[in-house]
Write a protein of this length. Structure first.
Length: 101
Protein backbone atom coordinates (compact mmCIF):
# COMPACT_ATOMS: atom_id res chain seq x y z
CA UNK A 1 0.00 0.00 0.00
CA UNK A 2 1.30 3.46 -0.84
CA UNK A 3 0.73 6.97 0.44
CA UNK A 4 -1.65 8.02 -2.34
CA UNK A 5 -4.80 6.14 -1.19
CA UNK A 6 -4.49 7.62 2.27
CA UNK A 7 -4.07 11.11 0.87
CA UNK A 8 -7.08 10.58 -1.40
CA UNK A 9 -9.12 9.48 1.63
CA UNK A 10 -7.94 12.52 3.57
CA UNK A 11 -8.78 14.84 0.68
CA UNK A 12 -12.22 13.26 0.31
CA UNK A 13 -12.94 13.65 4.03
CA UNK A 14 -11.79 17.25 3.95
CA UNK A 15 -13.84 18.05 0.83
CA UNK A 16 -17.02 16.49 2.22
CA UNK A 17 -16.49 18.32 5.50
CA UNK A 18 -15.91 21.63 3.73
CA UNK A 19 -19.06 21.18 1.68
CA UNK A 20 -21.02 20.27 4.81
CA UNK A 21 -19.69 23.23 6.79
CA UNK A 22 -20.39 25.76 4.04
CA UNK A 23 -23.74 24.49 2.81
CA UNK A 24 -25.62 23.86 6.05
CA UNK A 25 -27.43 26.33 8.28
CA UNK A 26 -27.85 24.09 11.30
CA UNK A 27 -25.12 24.70 13.85
CA UNK A 28 -24.80 20.99 14.59
CA UNK A 29 -24.34 20.17 10.90
CA UNK A 30 -21.68 22.88 10.56
CA UNK A 31 -19.85 21.37 13.52
CA UNK A 32 -20.08 17.92 11.94
CA UNK A 33 -18.52 19.34 8.77
CA UNK A 34 -15.69 20.83 10.81
CA UNK A 35 -15.22 17.46 12.50
CA UNK A 36 -14.86 15.75 9.13
CA UNK A 37 -12.33 18.35 8.01
CA UNK A 38 -10.22 17.78 11.12
CA UNK A 39 -10.47 14.02 10.61
CA UNK A 40 -9.12 14.47 7.09
CA UNK A 41 -6.15 16.37 8.46
CA UNK A 42 -5.56 13.64 11.05
CA UNK A 43 -5.61 10.90 8.39
CA UNK A 44 -3.12 12.85 6.25
CA UNK A 45 -0.82 13.51 9.21
CA UNK A 46 -0.90 9.87 10.29
CA UNK A 47 -0.23 8.69 6.74
CA UNK A 48 2.72 11.05 6.36
CA UNK A 49 4.09 9.88 9.68
CA UNK A 50 3.70 6.20 8.78
CA UNK A 51 5.33 6.48 5.37
CA UNK A 52 8.06 9.04 6.11
CA UNK A 53 9.27 8.30 9.65
CA UNK A 54 7.61 5.18 11.11
CA UNK A 55 10.32 4.61 13.72
CA UNK A 56 9.88 7.99 15.42
CA UNK A 57 6.92 8.28 17.84
CA UNK A 58 6.47 11.99 17.06
CA UNK A 59 3.67 11.37 14.59
CA UNK A 60 1.69 9.25 17.02
CA UNK A 61 2.00 11.89 19.72
CA UNK A 62 0.91 14.61 17.31
CA UNK A 63 -2.14 12.61 16.23
CA UNK A 64 -3.13 11.94 19.85
CA UNK A 65 -2.77 15.62 20.79
CA UNK A 66 -4.89 16.68 17.80
CA UNK A 67 -7.58 14.12 18.67
CA UNK A 68 -7.63 15.31 22.30
CA UNK A 69 -7.88 18.95 21.22
CA UNK A 70 -10.64 18.05 18.76
CA UNK A 71 -12.59 16.29 21.50
CA UNK A 72 -12.41 19.32 23.79
CA UNK A 73 -13.30 21.65 20.91
CA UNK A 74 -16.39 19.65 19.95
CA UNK A 75 -17.53 19.31 23.58
CA UNK A 76 -17.33 23.09 24.03
CA UNK A 77 -19.06 23.65 20.71
CA UNK A 78 -21.96 21.40 21.63
CA UNK A 79 -22.21 23.13 25.01
CA UNK A 80 -22.52 26.49 23.25
CA UNK A 81 -25.15 25.07 20.89
CA UNK A 82 -27.10 23.74 23.87
CA UNK A 83 -26.96 27.13 25.58
CA UNK A 84 -28.09 28.89 22.39
CA UNK A 85 -31.01 26.52 22.03
CA UNK A 86 -32.04 26.97 25.66
CA UNK A 87 -31.68 30.77 25.53
CA UNK A 88 -33.78 31.43 22.48
CA UNK A 89 -34.88 28.20 20.81
CA UNK A 90 -32.20 28.80 18.17
CA UNK A 91 -30.65 26.03 16.10
CA UNK A 92 -29.70 27.85 12.89
CA UNK A 93 -26.64 29.98 12.23
CA UNK A 94 -28.66 32.91 10.86
CA UNK A 95 -30.85 33.25 13.92
CA UNK A 96 -27.94 32.72 16.33
CA UNK A 97 -26.34 35.95 15.09
CA UNK A 98 -29.38 37.91 16.26
CA UNK A 99 -28.83 37.00 19.94
CA UNK A 100 -26.35 39.78 20.62
CA UNK A 101 -26.82 41.92 23.68
Amino acid sequence: MTLEPFLLLAAALFAVGLYGALSQQSVVMVMMGLELMINGVIVAAAAFWYFLAPAAPDGQVLVLVVIAAMTVDMALGFAVVTLLFRAGDVDLTDTAAELRR
